[in-house]
Design a protein around this ligand. Structure first.
Ligand code: GLN
Length: 316
């Protein structure tokens, strides 16, 4: 497969893409992002790598970190995790409060804000040096010791994090938060603030395409059984109320963040990251989704089965 050529074709096709969307201005630090940035990076099972566009520029991964914190918590507490957070798609926006009261403070899944906040609470209860331990975990997956939190972005989000405050206080009232709410939220905002490039991101998620094994050092991060569960959660919950549409059009487990990044994996084959900061109304990268839709259509790589392309309109 000539992936480089496919990247050129996608970039060409999306050159005048009109529905580029809006950057996430509700977090002041993210409002400065350049909506025209665009990068795609692919890491394959054989260890080949393909880059197109802005693939070395670090950006705020935001909710993509929710998968990494989930993995870390799953390693620490195993299936006890599911007493504190569910595995059902929410069908509602990432920051919606509505279900949380009906469901007695147990978030629908770990990839919406409420779920990720509970995961942060679990990490704080189990780690001696949560900030250091977590970033070390991410750096090892990425093979990049330069990856870090952005305190600036975390502070900026904290200053207007009223909705996340509402989430955590509601969960605390139901007894689903053990630690101090301020401490948990600070940790949550820092996890969201981690900066990575497309290259780092594709590499970091490669273990989920390889039955849990980090290809850089051969270490088993999760068992194959645990890995397939994380991938199932990404497929069903990774794009909030657009998860169905992403499965329908792209057909891979993946995760987005309001920094405009998306990462997706094709089991036993590859990990791919795209970055375009313009978001659609669901808070997912608009051009990023389109690029992945074209990519998985041309390469016939999706978890539901290949289908030959008959004409250019096939991925419309
Ligand atoms: N930090 C963001 C928030 O809590 C993350 C949202 C996202 O990337 N979808 O609102």
């Amino acid at each position: 497969m000539n992936y480089q050529e496919i990247f050129e074709k996608i970039s060409d096709e999306l050159k005048d893409f009109e529905q580029i969307g809006q950057v996430a201005a509700y977090i002041p630090a993210l409002a400065k992002a350049n909506p025209n940035s665009f990068g795609m990076y692919l890491v394959t099972e054989e260890g080949h790598e393909y880059a197109h566009g802005d693939t070395d520029t670090p950006f705020s991964i935001q909710s993509i970190s929710k998968v990494l914190s989930l993995v870390y918590a799953f390693k620490l507490v195993g299936t006890d995790l599911w007493k504190r957070v569910g595995v059902e798609p929410s069908g509602s926006p990432f920051n919606s409060l509505v279900q949380l009261e009906y469901e007695q403070g147990i978030p629908r899944n770990p990839l919406i804000n409420a779920g990720a906040i509970v995961i942060c609470d679990i990490l704080l209860s189990h780690l001696n040096e949560p900030y250091d331990n977590f970033i070390a975990f991410v750096r090892e997956l990425a093979g990049n010791s330069g990856i870090d939190y952005s305190s600036k972005t975390a502070e900026s989000e904290k200053a207007c994090g009223f909705k996340n405050n509402a989430h955590i206080n509601l969960m605390k009232s139901f007894g689903n938060i053990e630690n101090d709410v301020e401490e948990v939220l600070d940790f949550y905002f820092h996890l969201c603030s981690i900066e990575m490039s497309c290259k780092d991101l594709a590499q970091t998620f490669m273990f989920l395409a390889r039955s849990g094994k980090n290809p850089l050092n051969g270490k088993q991060v999760l068992s194959a059984r645990e890995t397939k569960r994380i991938n199932a959660i990404m497929l069903l919950c990774g794009f909030y109320d657009e998860a169905g549409e992403f499965a329908f059009k792209v057909g891979l487990p993946g995760k987005s963040g309001v920094g405009g990044g998306i990462v997706a994996i094709y089991p036993d084959q590859y990990s791919i990251a795209v970055w375009s900061p313009g978001l659609n109304s669901k808070g997912n990268s608009s051009k990023g989704i389109k690029a992945l839709e074209i990519f998985t259509t041309i390469t016939q790589s999706n978890v539901f089965g290949p289908s030959p392309i008959f004409d250019e309109l096939e991925y419309e």
